[in-house]
Design a protein around this ligand. Structure first.
Ligand code: KG4
Ligand code: ZN
Length: 363
């Protein structure tokens, strides 16, 4: 009996002690952080819920309206964002099983991107943050593509080099920390995604042509040769490739009007192989210059199967550790915006209600 009383007394003291510690914030019973993230920089409307750096939901509404025009029509894109944004946010909250009142911050893409598209996401984020009285976190779209690497199980060690290849940008980024990145090289003209989309348009393919070329290239051979541009340092250029594909097609069609239809798979495979050769050449150079052997790819073009395979194979040959995001985090998505925002939240890196979207945004 005596022993039991002593035990109860000790437990009471222990609980009393814990309550005091928590009251004075001496121990932190870790509060989880939930972020609602919004992405609307181009033609995908996306919302995601991120809890303690883990993506709980990631909803994307893609716009098919642009297929007819061979590229994104800005006015159409912003109108579609307006239609999609609230249902997409509702769906993301529902998937995550979280009530909007439990969200601790609202994150959004501030730029770079199409101004009309960005305005929809930025205004929605500001309104929700104001009504909930929670902080706002601005995210750089291209930095978020890099941060997609932290959405999966295998996370890169710092420092690492990221080849970020999207529809509007092509960059080699040195990543020193979650919030510390530096651009070592970028495109002087077209982006790698544009090279896919514009050559696809010449071949009569729908927009975005990247995934279609990827599919057709699998059953083709790289029989046509296109020259690699001679650009100094770690910068890229893709406009020359576009022109040489155009002249090549004009010459061949003059000889055989059905040239494209009869050789589509081989043309796709040849163009894709050239784009990947240009990208990999610079990535290898960046690794040699910096001595960094942790290498990753990100952005829409990182969904390309040949690029993914080439990075893995080159990594094995060169003794690199390679990192490739899962498909859902390659093309535009709010999950990556939320991941980037989570590390900004930890630094209390918030913005005020006077924040405006930026079509061009520095790193
Ligand atoms: O990152 P993203 O979704 O949007 C931008 O921020 O621009 O990238 C879109 C680009 C488009 O140019 C599209 O053709 C390309 O990514 N893309 C691909 C593939 N999937 C998407 N390019 C080559 N192969 C793919 N599988
Ligand atoms: Zn993007």
């Amino acid at each position: 009996m005596h022993k039991v009383l002593l035990l109860v007394y000790r437990w009471q003291n222990y609980l009393f002690f814990l309550i005091h510690l928590q009251y004075f914030n001496i121990i932190l019973i870790k509060k989880s952080v939930s972020i609602l993230a919004i992405e609307s920089s181009c033609d995908d409307t996306s919302a995601a819920v991120i809890c303690d750096g883990n993506v709980l939901s990631n909803r994307i509404a893609s716009q098919t309206e642009h297929q007819l025009y061979g590229g994104v029509v800005p006015e159409l894109a912003s109108r579609q964002h307006l239609i999609h944004i609230i249902p997409v946010i509702d769906a993301a909250l529902k998937d995550a099983g979280i009530n909007i009142n439990k969200v601790n911050a609202i994150a959004f893409t501030r730029g770079p991107g199409l101004l009309g598209s960005l305005i929809v996401g930025v205004s929605t984020a500001k309104s929700i943050a104001l009504s909930l009285n929670v902080p706002l976190i601005e995210v750089h779209h291209m930095q978020a593509h890099v941060m997609a690497h932290f959405a999966g199980e295998t996370k890169p060690d710092f420092p690492f080099l990221c080849l970020t290849v999207s529809g509007g940008h092509t960059q080699i980024v040195k990543v020193d920390d979650y919030n510390k990145m530096e651009i070592l090289g970028s495109t002087l003209d077209d982006a790698a995604g544009e090279a896919f989309d514009k050559t696809g348009k010449m071949l009569g393919l729908e927009y975005p042509a990247g995934p279609i070329i990827d599919k057709l290239a699998k059953i083709g051979k790289p029989v046509y040769h296109f020259p690699e541009p001679q650009v100094k340092g770690l910068d890229f250029s893709f406009s020359g490739l576009k022109t040489s594909v155009l002249y090549f097609l004009q010459k061949e069609i003059a000889l055989n009007p059905n040239f494209i239809q009869e050789n589509l798979n081989d043309i796709c495979c040849s163009v894709q192989s050239t784009i990947i050769r240009i990208l990999m050449h610079k990535l290898i150079k960046a690794s040699e210059i910096t001595g960094i052997k942790n290498l990753g790819i990100a952005g829409g073009v990182s969904a390309n199967s040949q690029l993914r395979q080439t990075l893995t194979e080159t990594g094995i040959k060169k003794g690199w550790k390679t990192f490739i995001p899962s498909f859902e985090y390659c093309t535009d998505n709010a999950g990556m915006i939320g991941i980037a925002a989570y590390y900004k939240f930890l630094n209390k890196d918030f913005v005020g209600q006077d924040v405006t979207p930026l079509a061009r945004m520095e790193f």
